[in-house]
Design a protein around this ligand. Structure first.
Ligand code: NAP
Ligand code: DHK
Length: 510
């Protein structure tokens, strides 16, 4: 299992010691002293205190400015400080490949038995080919590394697969890290693909490298300690995607069910390329969100007939080497709306049928969720109007389901009837752009019920306005739980899904 290391990047020794205590309390296995972050660093005095007080195995790193370090440092003084760290009992030192040979020779006389030298190579531009990375690992090894460290930068999430390949085949301990918000899975899956150690920030906003999740997220959201070589991987594909609570909620369900599985965020730019690269059985299934549901429908090997009719897939499972697509959004959305109408004793015009039957349902949005909801609402007897920013998409969807289209910009003056139902399936009002609504508040008085698919935040501006306008509201958390039920039962092959665990998780403030 990979070790979890927290880099300490404080500018004073006192703060670094406090952070070291917090890192231990947060569950770190190792801390890294980034000496280049210290202001007025006094090697003998400061290293003496930092290493005498150490409560966890410690890596001493003194990154030079020419390799991404924070301060200009005289090279000899820098290497002297690293040699002093060895003398004072550091468990590891991290030294750059460029100076590794000279440094390792210089400590050979008085090298403590327990010391491990990490020889690192950082690429802040890109992630080279497997061939280049493999020869780099060999070069680092021949420089005398006890632990090979290769850090690269992700331009696309598929870059990480090359570092996974190198880690899996490396014959000595290796740290493989891909920096950037498209490289996060290199940290989450370090234990699965043979990494010796990975890094996590102590607090948000003080990452030592871009895209470095906090240790709390690694442990509480991504179940880092439960990931091993045989762990099944699931995740949500999207862009944006880090707003989603699915990983937090689904990993609670996996843990409750005792499954060796993990669910993560996949920040994906190009869906076909992602699916082509991460096509092994290890990648057991994907949820899908903005903006990939329609492309996912065309990318699966087989698609459930309802999802195919909608042209949107939000759920995929790998079976016998095939990616099977279906849709749980439609059940999630329509049942949230129907539940709210029934709770208000509002019936439809078909005895015993859906309360939306006969009603005019105005759907804002013509993307994956808009398609799913309009399809099922029509099936249930509602009259559907599609309002969308890109009018052509509204027209195309309205034609497909036998409804009416209207430009979103004209919706505020659209009220042919009273007692209409309004549904938002646009991403307007979703974190981090909260406080905005896709429709002016004054238009809401014409609606008996307003639904918002967005669930981060739960109380969107649209729902706040709708409540004040006196409408019944149905929120995205209700939809999330209903669509999640179907996904969890599919991913775990267990039924019913542990809804009490999932509801507690989605409503928790974490
Ligand atoms: P999608 O396929 O990308 O569709 C996005 C829709 O939003 C499109 O109709 C798009 O209009 C519209 N849109 C985006 N930005 C806009 C803007 N600035 N002004 C007006 N319209 C805008 O996304 P999706 O997968 O359907 O998801 C849509 C939303 O529903 C997301 O917020 C997602 O988180 C949420 N959702 C929640 C759940 C849940 O479980 N609660 C489930 C599914 C979806 P154009 O066609 O003009 O681009
Ligand atoms: C959002 C969607 O669009 C759903 O279809 C997914 C996901 C869940 C989310 O976690 O935000 O199934």
């Amino acid at each position: 299992m990979a070790l979890l290391c927290v880099p300490l990047v404080a500018s004073s020794v006192e703060k670094m010691l406090l952070d070291a205590d917090r890192a231990k309390a947060s569950g770190a296995d190792v801390v890294e002293l980034r000496l280049d972050c210290l202001k007025n660093f006094q090697p003998r005095q400061d290293l003496g205190v930092l290493l005498r007080e150490k409560k966890l195995p410690t890596i001493v790193t003194y990154r030079p400015k020419w390799d991404g370090g924070r301060t200009e440092i005289d090279e000899q003084k820098r290497l002297d400080a690293l040699r002093l760290a060895v003398e004072l009992g550091s468990d590891y030192v991290d030294v750059e490949l460029k100076v590794a040979d000279e440094f390792i020779k210089s400590i050979s006389e008085k090298r403590p038995e327990m010391l491990k030298v990490i020889v690192s190579s950082c690429n802040y531009e890109n992630t080279p080919s497997v061939e280049i990375l493999t020869s780099l690992a060999a070069k680092i090894r021949s420089a005398g590394a006890d632990i090979v460290k290769i850090a690269t930068t992700a331009k696309d999430i598929t870059d990480v697969s090359r570092v996974f390949q190198v880690c899996t085949s490396c014959k000595v301990p290796i740290i493989g890290l891909v920096m950037g918000d498209r490289g996060v899975i290199s940290r989450l899956f370090a234990s699965k693909f043979g990494g010796y150690l990975t890094y996590a920030a102590l607090d948000g906003g003080i990452e030592s490298a871009v895209g470095e999740p906090t240790i709390k997220k690694m442990l509480d959201v991504y179940n880092f300690r439960r990931v091993g070589r045989d762990t099944q991987i699931f995740g949500l594909i999207g862009n944006p995607v880090y707003h989603s609570k699915s990983p937090f909620v689904y990993n609670k369900a996996f843990s409750f069910l005792g499954l060796n599985a993990v669910f993560v965020h996949f920040l994906v730019d190009d869906l076909p390329s992602f699916l082509n690269v991460y096509s092994s059985p290890d990648f057991a299934g994907f949820s899908c969100t903005i903006p990939h549901k329609e492309i996912m429908c065309r990318s699966c090997d087989e698609v459930d007939p309802i999802a195919k009719a909608m042209g949107a897939v939000n759920t995929t499972i790998r079976r016998d080497g095939k990616l099977i697509g279906c849709n749980t959004d439609y059940i999630g959305a329509i049942s949230a709306i129907e539940e709210a109408l029934r709770a208000a004793n509002i019936q439809g015009n078909i005895p015993g049928g859906s309360p939306v039957a006969g009603k005019l349902l105005v759907i804002m949005g013509a993307g994956g969720t808009g398609k799913a909801l309009s399809y099922i609402a029509k099936e249930k007897g509602a009259r559907v109007v599609i309002a969308n920013r890109t009018y052509e998409r509204a027209e195309k969807l309205a034609q497909a389901i036998g409804g009416q289209a209207i430009p979103l910009s004209e919706l505020e003056d659209f009220h042919p009837e009273e007692e209409m139902i309004l549904a938002n399936t646009t991403s307007v009002g979703m974190y981090p752009n909260t406080g905005v609504s896709p429709i002016p508040k004054h238009a809401l008085k014409h609606y008996i019920l307003v639904f918002d698919a967005i669930y981060t935040p739960r109380d969107t501006q649209l729902l706040i306005d709708a409540k004040e306008a006196g409408a019944i509201i149905a929120d995205g958390v209700e939809m999330f739980l209903r669509q999640a039920k179907g996904q969890i039962e599919l991913y775990t092959n267990r039924s019913p899904a542990p809804m009490h665990i999932m509801e507690e998780a989605v409503l928790s403030k974490d």
